[in-house]
Write a new protein. Structure first.
Length: 400
């Protein structure tokens, strides 16, 4: 492939992975607005319902570093396609679940597909255009948030208009995207789609890797807030008298606002202090999430949307900085800050549910939002050179 052809072909693969990311997050954001439906249908307590997002987080997020390690050195386009297929098949089948145990099994299997896709595709996408890593990561993440934004609307509209049994019709986009990724992956030389692999556990304890664990800590604190609101917005909406359709629209609006935040964050990441942007995102979005829990009237939903926008201003910076720390294992690094941190936060959702039962859901969510402030302070522990590295030294996957 010539010099003039390569950027065009690389951008096509970036957009293909972005489409796949939209499909995966479309599927994985269909269940949250239905948790109130599951709670009523299976006669679950609030505490029992809180285990559903925990199972999703554990299987879909904590496993991501292992999935990333597995995919480094293999055909990552094909593996990413397999992840999309698993999500599509098992999320589309939740309407047939006769018991809460079958429902949980479907969510777990779909989550494993998500855990395979995210570090695999996230580590691969920045290798297509190494000199534009922030741009490609912003495009990739925007696809995911777009999928998140239409997933809740689609799920609630199907359930309200046709019944949850008709969720099966959503399987087709996943099958199509899997086919595209599989055919593209099989047509590419192995060195075009695989990373270098070869990571030892001892290397993860090295001094040069310590900033990665700082970023992991920041991601955990951020994820506590995001996971809490996405998981419980259906319940807090129901407590405020919102119908199921309105819950879907509000969650989608929050995620659309997040999409805009990711685009702006990806653009700003090459032009301003990376640490400053991340700290600003943490502090301001934490304040807005807390405010949403207690305001009433016309300011409620705009405040929630603003919180989503401010939250995602810092997400691109967080991931690209992690990839720069481990340039030979970008899928593994992506899995740590995207997945492992989300899963750690997801494990704490039953505690949020228990606190909501003893106090109230707004107080519980305001409590987890407070973690955004120590996340802002932790940014100061990152090396000062990370600002320069984010602008001038994009991650480079070493190919064999």
């Amino acid at each position: 492939m010539s010099e003039t052809q390569q950027p065009e072909g690389s951008f096509r693969r970036v957009w293909l992975l972005t489409l796949a990311h939209a499909a995966v997050d479309f599927y994985m954001l269909m269940p949250p607005p239905l948790y109130a439906v599951f709670k009523s249908h299976f006669r679950l307590s609030l505490f029992q319902t809180s285990f559903l997002p925990s199972f999703v987080s554990v299987c879909g997020a904590i496993a991501q570093p292992l999935m990333g390690y597995f995919s480094d050195g293999r055909n990552r386009l094909v593996l990413a396609g397999l992840g999309v297929l698993l999500c599509g098949v098992f999320i589309s089948s939740i309407g047939f679940a006769p018991t809460v145990y079958v429902l949980t099994a479907s969510l777990v299997l779909a989550s494993l597909g998500s855990s395979l896709f995210h570090p695999t595709a996230g580590g691969l996408v920045t290798s297509f255009l190494p000199g534009r890593s922030n741009l490609t990561m912003a495009i990739f993440l925007t696809g995911g948030t777009f999928g998140m934004s239409i997933g809740p609307i689609t799920a609630t509209q199907i359930v309200e208009r046709f019944g949850i049994e008709q969720m099966w019709i959503c399987v087709f986009p996943g099958v199509i995207v899997f086919g595209l990724l599989y055919l593209t992956g099989r047509a590419q030389p192995p060195t075009e789609t695989s990373g270098s692999g070869g990571l030892s556990l001892k290397a993860l304890r090295g001094k040069e890797i310590r900033p990665l664990w700082t970023l992991y800590g920041i991601s955990v604190l951020r994820s506590l807030t995001h996971t809490g609101f996405v998981s419980f917005i259906a319940l807090i909406g129901a407590s405020r008298g919102w119908p199921t359709a309105k819950i879907g629209w509000v969650l989608s609006g929050y995620l659309i606002s997040s999409t805009l935040g990711r685009i702006c964050g990806g653009y700003l990441a090459d032009r301003v202090s990376a640490r400053g942007l991340l700290a600003f995102s943490n502090a301001t979005s934490g304040a807005c999430h807390i405010l949403f829990c207690f305001v009433a009237g016309g300011l409620t939903i705009p405040t929630f949307f603003l919180a989503g926008f401010l939250f995602d201003l810092g997400i691109t910076t967080n991931i690209v900085l992690a990839q720069q720390i481990m340039p030979r294992n970008t899928s593994t690094a992506t899995g740590v800050v995207m997945g492992f941190s989300w899963g750690t936060a997801g494990l704490m959702m039953p505690l949020v549910g228990r606190l909501a039962e003893f106090a109230s859901l707004p107080i519980a969510l305001a409590g987890v939002s407070m973690f955004m402030f120590p996340a802002a302070l932790l940014v100061a522990a990152l090396p000062s050179g990370s600002d320069e590295g984010n602008r001038l030294k994009p991650p480079d996957v070493v190919k064999q």
